[in-house]
Design a protein around this ligand. Structure first.
Ligand SMILES: C[S@@+](CC[C@H](N)C(=O)[O-])C[C@H]1O[C@@H](n2cnc3c(N)ncnc32)[C@H](O)[C@@H]1O
Length: 286
């Protein structure tokens, strides 16, 4: 079978299994199996696949047909240009979170003298902390999570990106994970925000493979924001900010929640698809 024939047949298979963008997915899996950049496939459409290559491609496509996420099959994803390993213990970093990372490092970088201190609250794979530590080398970056398995992955990712000595990891429930008297200039978080009852209706890639601890935001999806609006001000320096990602359609409720707790809403920014998703807030206690 040639490269092109394998792409065409596998694309049809994934389409029948309900996988989005099936051709792209097949090309990425095939490139991974052959150890070549995806675009190289286009130069080799007529090349015959060896029996061994065909076997490994079939296995990867079979897994994807069972709705295992592409990133789990490949073992990693790219976040702001950093390689991030993923497995069933961590949320697969999403492209919309890259915007949160960018806003966060812009704020932190502007604090250059003295360099700021930042907390990635619910770090998962460590993607946000890694982006901050890499973009703001002088900053003191902390990352916390309740999941010890997630923290293991986050530490591995810090090492993979040569940032182990730039990030301090903390394990525990919310702010209880952190030492006392550790004030931050920035708290950044992409918290679990899916309403509990909606998890069942999510795509199988998310519902069956992302950890529910990373998804479940309680009855209305806002539990985490409630905790942050009540507790985060105690952990911020006077001119500090909190930057949050919100679920689609939640930004206004979250804004109101924080206003009730005397926060000042600096901005609510839309993601690349035009939906309001990134909130920047400062404590009214300044
Ligand atoms: C939506 S994921 C975000 C992961 C990563 N920051 C990202 O943007 O891809 C939320 C993370 O919060 C963590 N988490 C859930 N409950 C927590 C709690 N009570 N305290 C600290 N972290 C918690 C989960 O384990 C998960 O890693």
């Amino acid at each position: 079978m040639t490269v092109l024939e394998a792409i065409q047949r596998s694309t049809g298979f994934l389409a029948r299994k309900g996988v989005d963008s099936p051709r792209l997915q097949v090309e990425l899996l095939l490139a991974h199996a052959l150890g070549v950049p995806r675009l190289k496939l286009y130069l080799n459409f007529e090349q015959k696949l060896t029996g061994a290559d065909l076997e490994s491609v079939r296995e990867l496509v079979r897994r994807r047909g069972n709705r295992e996420p592409l990133q789990h099959i490949i073992g990693s994803t790219s976040f702001c240009g950093f390689e991030i390993k993923v497995n069933r213990h961590v949320l697969v970093p999403r492209p919309e979170t890259e915007m949160l990372a960018e806003r966060a490092w812009q704020f932190l970088a502007a604090l250059n003298s003295p360099p700021g201190a930042a907390l990635d609250f619910g770090t998962g794979s460590g993607c946000l902390a890694i982006a901050l530590a890499a973009q703001c080398p002088g900053a003191e970056v902390h990352a916390a999570d309740i999941s010890v398995e997630a923290l293991r992955v986050a530490r591995e990712n810090a090492a993979l990106n040569n940032l182990s000595d730039k990030i301090q990891f903390h394990s525990g429930d919310g702010f209880a994970a952190l030492p006392r008297d550790l004030p931050f200039d920035l708290i950044v978080s992409n918290p679990p925000y899916v309403p509990s009852a909606e998890i069942e209706a999510l795509a199988p890639e998310v519902r069956d493979h992302d950890p529910h601890l990373a998804l479940d935001g309680g009855a209305d999806g806002l539990d985490f924001y409630r905790r942050l609006s009540a507790e985060a001000a105690n952990h911020l320096r006077p001119a500090g900010r909190i930057m949050l990602e919100s679920g689609d359609g939640q930004a206004e409720q979250i804004r109101q929640l924080f206003v009730q707790h005397k926060w000042v809403v600096e901005s609510v920014e839309a993601d690349y698809t035009g939906r309001p998703r990134i909130l920047t807030l400062r404590s009214g206690r300044m």
